[in-house]
Design a protein around this ligand. Structure first.
Ligand SMILES: Nc1nc2c(ncn2[C@@H]2O[C@H](COP(=O)(O)OP(=O)(O)OP(=O)(O)O)[C@@H](O)[C@H]2O)c(=O)[nH]1
Ligand SMILES: [Mg+2]
Length: 375
């Protein structure tokens, strides 16, 4: 059997989201088509997902469709880049039956001549390949210092809160993804706007065990038109960060129950030491806090996170847990000071919010660092 011929039938779909990209959409399509001609392994199809552009984007795409094969256009209302991608993915999977789906911008910022590099990685067994600006060889030569800072800090947040520390560029819009992994995803969980869609998607893929690699890209300025990503996208990105850490609500409920049990242990030990053993009020709290920490640690280690595969030694986790708890106490204190002295919130309520805030931060760090799942 001619293996090449068999593979030739496999379809790779490039999903190109557009909103007012009349200056670049045609050349983007042409460059992808040129890459198809250079290889004879796969059939390329191109899906433009346009959200009712007010310029000539749709007219240009329709003209290109008339003169070439395997180019498709779907349209919809503008709700955000993520929403456009969801519709595009479903079309690529269900209607076009693509085996690999590419995400790519339509403004000339993503160099189509790198497509063979992505495919090399896919053929080598990777499930997801990211065009990365933040690994050796990658760069963002035209970013302002401010945009670079936002991008870097944003990536750090996603990596550490989302538990994907090894991925250097979580918001890149240039990726190749094996369809089998996309099919498994619950799209309704993913946010709909720009950067936050990209980060939720990559976390979702990583949590499902996708083997992910990065290849360097140079991300220059767009070739024409204006940026579509707005301040609103940035706000949604920030609001979405905690969600990335809460992928497993059951773990958080267990963690909270352990936290409550710690309060009981803390109070009980204190009462026991002061009433039965005459410990002083200066020493007893130190021992009761440590008793609660030990009990919380053991319950979290063997119950809350008991099923996680984590190769760290128990004493390393024990040390990390203490560090995180110290940080939690500091956060609790600072939030209390801010609310009580600056915002004049009632003291009990201020402390309650401080405790809740610290509990959430503690959970996120413990879940993604102390007991990081290495599956
Ligand atoms: N269909 C659709 N496409 C969108 C939407 N928002 C952005 N896009 C497209 O998504 C791609 C990425 O958006 P850009 O504005 O280029 O974002 P960016 O690359 O971070 O910003 P620049 O560097 O300024 O270009 C472009 O092809 C846009 O046309 C949307 O709401 N709907
Ligand atoms: Mg762009």
């Amino acid at each position: 059997m001619d293996l090449n011929k068999l593979e030739k039938q496999q379809n790779i779909c490039f999903v190109l989201p557009t909103y007012n990209e009349e200056g670049t959409i045609e050349s983007t399509i042409e460059q992808i088509k040129a890459e198809e001609k250079k290889q004879n392994t796969y059939k390329f199809s191109i899906l433009v997902v346009d959200d009712n552009s007010t310029d000539q984007t749709q007219a240009i795409v329709r003209k290109v469709i008339d003169s070439s094969e395997n180019i498709y256009l779907i349209t919809g209302q503008k709700k955000g880049l993520g929403d456009a991608y969801k519709r595009g993915f479903l079309f690529a999977l269900d209607t076009l039956e693509a085996v690999v789906v590419f995400q790519m911008d339509s403004d000339g910022q993503h160099d189509a001549s790198l497509v063979p590099e992505f495919l090399k990685e896919i053929k080598a067994g990777k499930d997801v390949v990211i065009g990365s600006r933040f690994i050796a060889g990658g760069s963002t030569p035209d970013f302002s210092l401010f945009r670079l800072l936002i991008s870097r800090v944003g990536n750090l947040l996603v990596r550490y809160v989302g538990g994907v520390v090894n991925i250097k560029d979580c918001t890149s819009g240039y990726r190749a993804i094996k369809s089998s992994f996309l099919r498994d995803l619950d799209f309704s969980y993913l946010s709909i706007r720009g950067y936050s869609f990209q980060s939720s998607l990559i976390c979702g893929l990583a949590w499902r065990g996708a083997v992910i690699s990065e290849i360097p890209i140079i991300f220059k300025s767009r070739e024409a038109g204006d940026s579509k990503l707005s301040f609103r996208d940035q706000i949604e990105f920030l609001l979405n960060i905690p969600r990335l850490g809460f992928r497993n609500i059951e773990d958080f409920v267990k963690y909270s129950l352990v936290g409550f049990s710690g309060v009981v242990i803390n109070l009980g030990t204190y009462a026991f030491l002061t009433r039965y053993y005459n410990f002083s009020e200066a020493i007893a709290p130190l021992l009761s806090i440590e008793a609660a920490l030990i009990s919380n640690f053991l319950l979290n280690n063997f119950w809350t996170f008991g099923s996680r595969s984590n190769q760290s030694r128990v004493r390393v986790k024990f040390f990390k847990f203490h560090l995180v708890s110290g940080l939690g106490a500091l956060i609790n204190y600072l939030v209390f000071l801010l609310l009580f002295f600056v915002l004049e919130v009632h003291d009990i309520f201020a402390n309650l919010i401080g405790i809740a805030f610290a509990a959430v931060v503690n959970y996120l760090i413990n879940s993604n660092w102390t007991w990081k799942d290495n599956k």
